[in-house]
Design a binder for this molecule. Structure first.
Ligand SMILES: [Zn+2]
Length: 448
């Protein structure tokens, strides 16, 4: 079938379908029309005229993964900041390298990151952008066909930040709001914009208050890192007079939808406060483990009712952009932290699908396979994942899918990956362009 002339109405028949993380899979069919799911079940009425039918016994269909936190600008920085704790990782490597981006290197970085994420089943991504040229990432997001939420990284303060990443606060916020004006709703609504202040240490109190006001006025969510390390908590107390969560509350940020990344070192009171606010947490266990930041108390946040998503963080601290890898690590680390069983495979799978959608404010559109929802779905080879009859699919996906890749990935009912390959782009060409762009980036940064 020609992916460029994909039918408007189509269905997959005879597949094993897991419609939601907490449900039981069933064998049946799913029908798509105009980018949305119109019907699914074990026994659909015969397909109407003009509906393309794909018989797929041996396929496992599930909702696409939500990749809750990435830095597409850092895909070119993979392997360039090894074996450092967060503060030195940022100051000595990441900030200087990020500051050396030009539109061309940023394009190559975003293109590679989006390709890797799609090939590993992420249909929705939340990206933190960067200080300059974030519109280049937005344009790549449109071209990729993926569903992407993005903000321009806001930085107007901080120790050891290169000049190219420090902006005058008024200009920074204006640019962030311009990004919203230009890109919100682009690509049939697949692109959305939010405000992305980097973290409490790189944003002045004045700008934080303006961000809270702008978010309220423009109805934008705020996406920021918080309480990733104990050193960050302490530095925030010295700089602003309180811990990150306390300050976000004081500045009025938590009054509106807030997507906090990491939340590794929270007190019980902070968890309680977040549960009362429209706040969600993106857990990035691979990044937290590599940088030695700690193990977030996912079970306590889940018990408190905080919407939880999973994220990889950037390629410079992960290094894979794989939601399945994060699922497995999240489950294993929680077992190590508090004994097995507090968060079962279904809860973890939910964070990668429906729960992740809720954390991003997209639960009405994605996260489960149901009539009316966007047709964002992925297809695994059933036998690769679970060859025995009675296998628990959620458990297999969480513990045994990190080495597998979905055969097919669809967003809005259109194929982006078929037979394990990108439909719209050539991975080898993307990698070659990334290698060239990275060499020039390193030269600009004075590394070579
Ligand atoms: Zn991050």
């Amino acid at each position: 079938l020609n992916p460029c002339a994909w039918p408007e109405r189509w269905r997959i028949e005879g597949a094993l379908i897991l419609a939601a993380a907490g449900g039981e899979p069933f064998r049946g069919a799913i029908e798509i029309a105009g980018g949305r799911i119109v019907a699914l079940g074990p026994a659909l009425p015969p397909a109407g005229e003009g509906v393309a039918r794909f018989s797929r016994p041996g396929a496992l269909v599930l909702p696409g993964f939500v990749q809750g936190h990435v830095h597409l600008c850092q895909t070119l920085l993979r392997g360039l900041a090894e074996d450092l704790p967060l503060e030195r990782w940022l100051r000595e490597r990441i900030w200087p390298l990020e500051a050396a981006h030009d539109p061309e290197s940023l394009r190559a970085s975003a293109r590679l990151g989006l390709a890797e994420a799609l090939l590993q089943g992420a249909t929705t991504l939340l990206d933190m952008g960067t200080v300059r040229h974030t519109e280049v990432i937005a344009a790549e997001a449109v071209a990729s066909g993926a569903r992407v939420r993005i903000g321009k990284a806001l930085m107007d303060a901080g120790d050891g930040v290169p000049a190219a990443l420090l902006e005058e606060p008024g200009r920074a916020l204006r640019e962030a709001l311009d990004l919203d004006r230009r890109w919100s709703g682009a690509a049939e609504g697949r692109i959305g914009v939010l405000l992305a202040p980097r973290f409490t240490l790189s944003v002045s109190a004045g700008l934080w208050r303006e961000i809270a006001a702008a978010a309220r006025e423009r109805r934008l969510a705020v996406h920021t890192h918080a309480s990733e390390t104990t050193a960050e908590n302490e530095a925030c107390r010295r700089l602003h007079g309180g811990r990150p969560i306390e300050m976000l509350e004081r500045w009025g940020v938590l009054a509106g939808p807030t997507i906090l990344v990491h939340a590794v070192h929270l007190t019980a009171e902070e968890i309680e406060l977040l549960a009362r606010r429209p706040a969600a947490v993106v857990h990035c266990p691979g990044s937290n483990a590599k940088l030695g930041s700690g193990i977030a108390d996912l079970a306590a946040m889940d018990r408190a009712g905080i919407p939880l998503a999973l994220g990889s963080d950037g390629a410079a601290c992960n290094d894979a952009l794989s939601v399945p890898a994060e699922m497995r690590l999240a489950a294993q680390l929680q077992s190590l932290r508090q004994g097995p069983g507090l968060l079962g495979a279904r809860r973890i799978l939910a964070m990668a699908t429906g729960g992740g959608a809720r954390a991003l404010g997209l639960e009405g559109e994605i996260g489960a396979l149901a009539p009316g929802k966007r047709a964002d779905l992925i297809v695994y080879d059933e036998v690769e994942l679970a060859w025995e009859e009675e296998a628990d699919i959620a458990s297999r996906l969480v513990y045994a899918s990190a080495g597998l890749r979905p055969r097919e990935v669809y967003v809005d009912g259109r194929p982006l990956v078929l037979e394990g390959r990108l439909v719209r782009a050539d991975l080898a060409a993307i990698r070659a362009a990334a290698a060239r762009a990275r060499a020039r980036l390193l030269a600009r940064a004075g590394w070579r």
